[in-house]
Design a protein around this ligand. Structure first.
Ligand SMILES: *[C@@H]1O[C@H](CO)[C@@H](O)[C@H](O)[C@H]1NC(C)=O
Ligand SMILES: *[C@@H]1O[C@H](CO)[C@@H](O)[C@H](O)[C@H]1NC(C)=O
Ligand SMILES: *[C@@H]1O[C@H](CO)[C@@H](O)[C@H](O)[C@H]1NC(C)=O
Ligand SMILES: *[C@@H]1O[C@H](CO)[C@@H](O)[C@H](O)[C@H]1NC(C)=O
Ligand SMILES: *[C@@H]1O[C@H](CO)[C@@H](O)[C@H](O)[C@H]1NC(C)=O
Length: 317
């Protein structure tokens, strides 16, 4: 009898812990790359894999219709749609983590920096994100896909990158940054200069404040990345203004030293993980996913305790 009581006591404790575990699970969203959509095999699988491995609910957030939207809708609008979608998802109202793939990372940062009244973002894991821009047009971003949208894309990209028309009709034009054409870039590129607070008289402290609130920023670079040029852009490394050489490491760039978006602040606080993995663009081995992505999606006492339930404001330790 006593034994039975003890056992049921243990069972109650176990059940209670299980409930706590479930209720504290921080959800994550996945933002896919260009020319793909949430329900294609790769994205659906990846979201499911991360959920399986982390035990946290995951949602691939679609923007528009996926493939065509990701190619042709300017990133400013893509980020606005992501912001609206996220605000409507009740699951995320207490805060969430983000996993971005390639171009999806520019949407992710738009979400973090520009989304007014959005729920807080705790951890952000960036896989092959062209954060400092792309210095040259990669060999056919659409690859060998026979998608008609890709043909249209190829035609458009032959035009002038910084023209109003291209900026308004081709998503990647928002993050091309030709090092020896910086004036044109700062004047006419409609997305990255704003996202990176690059324009001297237009820096917005709010974008920096919102980015600096992240608890962890994980920047994953793929050593054989054939799409992101230079591949160090995934760590915010890039070329100096006006030159194609030398390649600057992240902490040598002005974005970092002058702390335009808070990257230095985060790094000084030990919150940035610069991760380099083997493989081509987004080709991540399962053991690297387990090591570098999953820990940031799992329940972490620090990420659950650190927001005020009433105000939803993150609390800083
Ligand atoms: C999706 O995941 C399943 C189970 O892990 C695997 O068998 C399949 O090959 C994966 N498909 C893709 C396209 O990655
Ligand atoms: C996720 O787990 C479910 C249930 O165990 C399994 O059927 C599915 O194949 C797993 N998917 C991936 C991508 O690992
Ligand atoms: C900075 O961004 C915030 C948030 O989007 C906006 O409310 C504010 O008006 C902006 N400030 C300036 C000076 O543009
Ligand atoms: C990626 O960057 C490293 C330097 O960080 C460079 O050595 C390597 O060649 C680059 N890979 C590709 C495919 O460009
Ligand atoms: C810049 O980063 C490199 C590589 O991570 C590191 O060795 C160096 O100490 C850093 N420099 C400064 C000034 O933080």
């Amino acid at each position: 009898m006593e034994k039975g009581l003890k056992r049921s006591g243990v069972m109650v404790v176990v059940a209670f812990l299980a409930m706590v575990h479930v209720s504290l699970s921080v959800p994550f969203i996945m933002l896919h790359g260009i020319a793909s959509h949430c329900s294609d095999a790769t994205n659906a699988n990846f979201t499911q894999l991360l959920t399986n491995l982390s035990g946290s609910p995951g949602f691939c957030v679609e923007i528009g219709n996926g493939v065509v939207t990701s190619l042709f809708l300017p990133l400013t609008q893509q980020a606005e749609i992501a912001c609206e979608n996220v605000k409507q998802m009740k699951e995320l109202s207490q805060g969430y983590n983000i996993v971005g793939r390639s171009q999806g990372n520019l949407v992710a940062r738009g979400l973090i920096e520009f989304c007014d009244d959005g729920p807080p973002v705790y951890n952000y894991i960036s896989l092959a994100g062209p954060h400092a821009g792309i210095s040259s047009i990669p060999p056919a971003i659409c690859g060998l896909k026979s998608d008609p949208a890709c043909k249209k894309f190829d035609e458009l990209i032959k035009g002038a990158l910084y023209s109003e028309f291209i900026q308004d009709h081709l998503a990647p034009s928002g993050y091309y940054k030709i090092p020896n054409d910086i004036n044109e870039y700062l004047e006419s590129s409609k997305y990255l200069p704003k996202l990176n607070n690059e324009i001297p008289d237009q820096r917005n402290q709010t974008y920096k404040d919102r980015f600096t609130i992240l608890q962890n920023l994980v920047l994953v670079k793929f050593q054989d990345d054939e799409i992101i040029t230079p591949n160090d852009s995934t760590w915010f490394g890039f070329y100096p203004e006006g030159e194609f050489e030398p390649l600057l490491s992240p902490n040598q760039t002005k974005l970092y030293t002058e702390d335009w978006i808070g990257l230095k602040t985060l790094d000084d606080a030990g919150k940035v993980k610069f991760v380099s993995v083997a493989g081509g663009h987004l080709n991540m081995a399962d053991q690297d996913v387990v090591k570098h992505v999953v820990p940031y999606l799992q329940n972490q006492p620090s990420s659950v305790q650190s927001f005020n339930r009433k105000t939803k404001e993150p609390l800083h330790p």
